[in-house]
Design a protein. Structure first.
Ligand code: GLU
Length: 417
């Protein structure tokens, strides 16, 4: 099967396990094991030296039952059809859990954005939009930033789509700059959502947040905001890492200083206010709160038994493998905030952005934050309650709620024709 990569198989297996607990219509579940639509395109791009390189691009719509497809676009050297399809499925469960009127989708281009010039990135992005134009639209599929993409990439997407359809269509994409009708608060939304979940989790386990020690893997748009917000709440950020490795300082690190360093040097490498540490060592450091905020499959059978945190806040998508998860389930004393709950702040505020663009009516930053807190905290407590009532772990409870929401809509609508 075209989609069969380890990551995709893992997500199908997860769906099967959860579906068995839900006792849901098996035909609906069968349908949800595969994406509704997957588009593969090739993207010829003029490079700065005049040569042409052809990149592979994907857009996968797992389910469009609840509304337009929603999900990020990632630029990364490891992007492939199976991974993008798995991430699209995860978006379905995430939108279901948050009760957003969106289906799940994801896109990706296999490239290393760090090696491309700004002009090359722009030409590649615009040509990608042209290649997938038939399957996107404000009521079909709405992209957003993900690993390796940012506000500028979203601006190019919006502009290219608008030029092609002949009118400005701000609602084609979320995570745009505020100046072109993005929403206030989208850039910080995923990180803030993570922190709201951590606050609730800390209350659950009586952990005084002001004294907590924190380890963060990944210092991009999500990790850096989590670091800043937790630091502001008095937590001690004892270690952070990016792809170039990590830095540890038991006295605490200053997130603003690290951010400045990364802005200047593009990577953490060479930052000297602490000791060098590998990504592997970082994940198993003793700490109160561990935040994997990079990419998938970081917590596996290799290190799950060695984690030494009280709260595991999954800010990345699918940072824990199924084997890693099995080990975590057998362990006491780790409060897990699963990815589809923990990092949903991004897509929640994307929903607000889409609503504002469709209505041409824009909210204040306070309103965005108030509504974000409302939705994510409500979902957090639903998950905690189901987990208690059904004696299931937090991940199982979150997936049960997300999958059930999507499956119910499919079931009620019925099969066409
Ligand atoms: N890429 C983010 C995610 O994985 C955001 C998606 C969106 O805002 O549509 O949830």
């Amino acid at each position: 099967m075209e989609f069969d990569t380890p990551m995709f198989k893992m997500c199908v297996k997860q769906l099967e396990t959860i579906a068995a607990k839900l006792e849901f219509d098996p035909q609906v579940i069968e349908r949800l094991k595969l994406p509704k639509r997957a588009v593969i395109v090739t993207i010829p791009t003029r490079m700065d030296d005049g040569s042409v390189r052809v990149f592979a691009g994907y857009r996968v719509q797992h389910s469009l039952t609840a509304g337009p497809g929603k999900g990020g676009l990632r630029y990364h050297p490891d992007v492939n059809l199976g991974e993008v399809s798995a991430l699209a499925m995860i978006m379905s469960w995430k939108c279901g859990l948050m009760d957003l009127p969106f289906g799940g989708a994801k896109g990706g281009v296999r490239c290393n954005p760090k090696e491309l010039s700004i002009g090359e990135l722009e030409r590649m992005t615009r040509r990608f939009v042209q290649e997938i134009i038939l399957v996107i639209g404000p009521h079909i599929d709405v992209m957003a930033p993900d690993v390796g993409t940012n506000e500028q990439v979203m601006a190019w997407i919006m502009d290219t789509y608008s030029m092609i359809v002949g009118h400005t269509a701000t609602e084609i994409v979320t995570g745009k700059p505020v100046a072109i009708r993005g929403t206030r608060g989208r850039r910080e939304a995923t990180g803030r959502g993570v922190v709201y979940c951590i606050e609730e989790a800390a209350k659950e386990i009586n952990l005084p947040l002001g004294k907590a020690s924190v380890v963060i893997q990944g210092f991009g748009n999500v990790g850096s905001v989590v670091a800043k917000e937790l630091h502001r709440r008095g937590c001690k950020i004892i270690a952070v890492a990016d792809t170039s490795g990590g830095i540890y300082n038991a006295q605490g690190l200053d997130p603003a200083d690290i951010k400045n360093y990364i802005m200047e040097h593009s990577l953490l490498e060479g930052y000297s206010n602490g000791d060098e540490i590998s990504n592997e060592e970082l994940l198993t450091l003793p700490c109160d709160i561990l935040v994997p905020a990079a990419i998938e499959l970081q917590i596996t059978e290799r290190n799950a038994a060695k984690l030494q945190c009280k709260i595991l806040a999954e800010a990345a998508n699918h940072p824990t493998s199924l084997e890693g998860d099995k080990i975590l389930k057998q362990r006491d004393g780790i409060f897990l905030i699963p990815d589809i709950l923990c990092n949903a702040g991004g897509v929640i505020v994307s929903y607000f952005e889409w609503v504002q663009d469709v209505q041409r009516y824009f909210w204040t930053a306070e309103e965005v934050d108030r509504q974000l807190q409302l939705i994510i905290k409500r979902a957090f407590h639903h998950v905690v309650k189901l987990s208690r009532d059904r004696k299931e772990d937090m991940r199982t409870a979150a997936l049960m709620l997300g999958i059930e929401r999507v499956a119910t809509e499919k079931h009620i609508r019925g099969l066409y024709p």
